[in-house]
Design a protein around this ligand. Structure first.
Ligand code: URA
Length: 433
């Protein structure tokens, strides 16, 4: 079999055979197929697409390209969630302990932030002592005992995706539905959970800019997950404004703790309740009303907060920081951003708000950058809110005083104030099952 013929077949719009797709994935992973042929292949897929059958095979081949996690000992209880990425998205920190407190076995391998979006692993590292790496025995034994574990992605999980994603990133082939689907779903399938809930974000801070595109992606991922034998559900949720009010690593942990302690009731809580409801409904095959009741009971009774403390402690984190979030280190500088006009916030360019947090030190401009775990921003006014000229709309936290003028400029360009109140935009657009 020759890679040349596979590229030519796809370029001519033919459906590839199972052997052809596995030949490509295996050859590219082991290095016998060079980057230039893999690039041409991705570009052919970008233009010609893939059938459902091809996407299932591609996903399966990528999932099997490295280690896979066996969670069969947990039967139908294992559950995972995945967000396509956003700004202020700390839902995993809240949803995972809720579901674990209700008997689910939450097994999460999370990523780091890159670009304007944050990553769960960085957020958790702001808790002194928290270990984001566990051996597979430690991982399984913690899930048995505590009901959950959240770690970084293991070294040899889906090596095909690691290579292909890096290649797509520099060859303008990221935004292809079959390639995104196989990339995300291969990682979820390899990570082993029986129940998978996807949070597909849409809007200015997301990868998918419109609810329609997000729905196409969500449907495709749900279909492929089911074909691979998993229980699947997806929510399409808003990322046209940051989620919650904190953006930045320890700031987001603090906001998550407040939700679990019952001290905050906001858009973040609503999305978390909706995601946890889907997970519980899949795990126990119960209707959404019953699942939601359980989720609210876990939150209101403090069970989810207790579970968070148990989880953080099991992974070596200092629980004093969860009990009293005031002891998280503070940045040297704070800066209030004031509204430059009177009216309503009619739009927030959420990607730019993510970039503001990166400039303040909360994110990385490149993979090697160190992040400042205390840096970030708090948002007091969001789309739809009325503001008076001179009123505080955000506070920046940074150890880099010289970053403040640039951060303020970008933040002000991201937040549009108009005379008229904008139309309400839904927080949750759709469920896909
Ligand atoms: N996230 C992924 O993991 N893969 C993609 O292709 C896009 C987003």
């Amino acid at each position: 079999m020759r890679m040349y013929d596979i590229i030519e077949n796809k370029r001519n719009g033919k459906e590839l055979t199972e052997e052809e797709i596995r030949f490509f994935v295996n050859g590219y992973t082991e290095g016998s197929i060079p980057d230039y042929q893999a690039s041409a292949f991705c570009m052919a897929v970008y233009f010609k697409g893939m059938t459902e059958k091809e996407t299932v095979i591609l996903t399966d081949a990528m999932a099997k390209s490295g280690d896979t996690v066996d969670l069969s000992m947990f039967g139908n209880l294992s559950a995972d969630k995945h967000s396509t990425g956003g700004v202020g998205d700390k839902t995993s920190l809240i949803v995972a302990p809720i579901v674990a407190s209700l008997g689910g076995k939450v097994t999460k391998m999370s990523g780091r932030g890159l670009g304007h979006t944050g990553g769960t692993v960085d957020k958790l590292e702001s808790i002194p002592g928290y270990k984001t790496t566990l051996t597979s025995d430690e991982f399984i034994s913690q899930i048995e005992k505590v009901g959950m574990a959240v770690i970084g992605q293991s070294g040899n999980l889906t090596p095909a995706d690691k290579k292909l994603y890096a290649l797509r990133d520099v060859t303008a082939t990221v935004d292809s539905i079959p390639l995104i689907t196989s990339s995300i779903m291969s990682k979820k399938i390899a990570a082993g959970s029986h129940n998978i809930v996807l949070d597909v974000k849409c809007g200015s801070g997301a990868f998918m800019k419109t609810p329609e595109d997000a729905e196409i992606l969500a449907k495709e991922m749900v279909k492929i997950g089911k074909e691979c034998g998993r229980n699947m559900a997806a929510l399409i949720t808003d990322m046209d404004r940051p989620l919650g009010s904190a953006v930045g690593n320890s700031l987001e942990v603090i906001e998550a703790v407040k939700i679990l302690k019952g001290e905050l009731d906001n858009d973040l809580k609503e999305v978390c309740v909706a995601l946890a409801t889907q997970m519980i409904s899949l795990i126990y095959s119960v209707c959404e009303n019953e699942a939601k009741e359980k989720v609210l009971d876990s939150l209101n009774s403090g069970k989810a907060f207790l579970k968070m403390k148990e989880w953080i402690s099991a992974q070596g984190g200092n629980v004093d920081y969860i009990e009293n979030t005031d002891i998280f280190p503070k940045t040297k500088y704070t800066f209030d951003v004031l509204a430059n006009d009177t009216g309503y916030i009619s739009y927030m360019d959420t990607e730019k708000i993510g970039i503001t947090s990166v400039i303040l030190g909360a994110g990385r401009a490149s993979k090697e950058d160190e992040i400042d775990l205390a840096a970030g921003l708090e948002i007091f006014k969001k789309t739809g809110d009325r503001v008076e000229k001179g009123e505080r709309i955000s506070t920046f936290y940074t150890n880099r005083e010289d970053s403040i003028p640039d951060a303020e400029k970008i933040y002000n360009s991201a937040v549009i104030i108009s005379k008229n109140r904008p139309e309400n935009r839904p927080l949750i657009f759709k469920k896909v099952k």
